[in-house]
Design a protein around this ligand. Structure first.
Ligand SMILES: Cc1cc2nc3c(=O)[nH]c(=O)nc-3n(C[C@H](O)[C@H](O)[C@H](O)COP(=O)(O)O)c2cc1C
Length: 317
């Protein structure tokens, strides 16, 4: 998720779940090929890690996929779900649902270039093209190019008239459509995305599909992740304590500062860690108000945590 699942959030998330597959923000081929920033940098601890690419030029995507493979990413995911104007102007994201043959060529080019899994994240339709047949035609064409794993954001996107945020809220969710897809394409690996807030909901969807992708809830209520290894992956490891997570983030923030960064680059992703506990608001406020100061130190995390009361329940709650 753009601006949210950067390397700092992913490092933090990984402390709570060993097995969850984490995704980068969408990175465009243009940024990777022509940009000056370190768009593909990550910490080794983040694995398993998928790079999500935005683009529609097969050769550019192949080049970026190759670079990602050299850097050790575990999966390449192509974005066919983002409806923003900027992305549409670049002829990628959700508007690519109308061009399944081009998506197939993109997938094929990337698969030729790398040994990694190449997957696609898509909506269930765009604008008035929202029939089940439109979706299956897309899946047929793209899977024929060798993509055998899709994440389905189970709502359509309006390509004009709605902001990206509205496009995550207004078009209704249709989980049944994703379930139907799995019944009709049993050989494909299909994961569901959209509106999932609890691990119980995950369990329900996993009775119909191969995977679930949780976006906003995993960001806004990150401690959800602490129960995933046990409840979803069946591990018997106990959930990590929230306080232990904060303590493990202190040396990470120290390293980030030593590299010229600021405390809030990291802590802005941690604001929801204590949601639901006494003192959570003071934790959030302390970090929000002080972590961006040039003289803020990692000790601010411990100071902010001192306001938080004892957890009332563990991660399974
Ligand atoms: C701030 C923000 C940024 C997002 N950026 C991306 C992105 O880069 N790539 C993508 O595939 N989806 C992106 N999304 C959409 C989410 O991945 C997801 O499909 C959507 O929020 C619905 O799932 P959820 O209800 O679990 O959040 C973004 C969502 C938010 C809130």
């Amino acid at each position: 998720m753009l601006d949210w699942t950067d390397r700092h959030y992913r490092y933090f998330a990984r402390l709570m779940s060993r097995h969850t597959l984490l995704y980068t923000e969408m990175v465009t081929t243009g940024a990777i090929i022509h940009g000056k920033g370190d768009y593909l940098g990550y910490n080794e601890q983040e694995h398993p890690l998928a790079l999500q690419l935005g683009g529609s030029d097969p050769a550019d995507l192949a080049l970026c996929a190759k670079r990602a493979q050299e850097l050790g990413y575990d999966e390449i995911n192509l974005n066919v779900g983002c409806p923003s104007d900027r992305v549409q102007n670049g002829r990628f994201g959700a508007c690519l649902m109308a061009e399944p043959t081009l998506v197939a060529r993109c997938v094929d080019a990337m698969r030729q270039a790398v040994d990694l899994p190449v997957t696609v994240k898509t909506r269930i339709g765009i604008d008035d093209q929202d029939s089940y047949e439109f979706l299956t035609q897309f899946i047929d064409t793209v899977s024929a190019a060798g993509c055998d794993s899709f994440t389905i954001h189970a709502r359509k996107a309006w390509l004009s008239g709605l902001s990206p945020k509205e496009n995550r809220e207004i078009p209704p969710l249709d989980y049944e459509r994703a379930y139907q897809l799995k019944r009709d394409y049993p050989a494909l690996t299909l994961a569901l995305n959209g509106g999932i807030k609890t691990l119980q909901e995950c369990q329900t969807h996993l009775q119909h599909l191969n995977g679930v992708m949780v976006g906003r809830e995993a960001y806004q209520n990150p401690y959800l992740l602490a129960a995933v290894d046990r409840e979803i992956y069946g591990c018997d490891t106990p959930a990590v304590d929230r306080r232990a997570v904060v303590e493990m983030m202190v040396p990470y923030v120290e390293r980030h500062l030593a590299g010229g960064g600021r405390v809030n680059h990291v802590t802005r992703h941690m604001l929801g860690l204590f949601n639901g506990l006494p003192g959570a608001r003071t934790w959030r406020r302390t970090l929000s108000e002080r972590a961006h100061h040039a003289d803020a130190t990692p000790a601010l995390l411990l100071e902010a945590m001192a306001h938080v009361g004892e957890p009332l329940e563990d991660a399974a709650g």
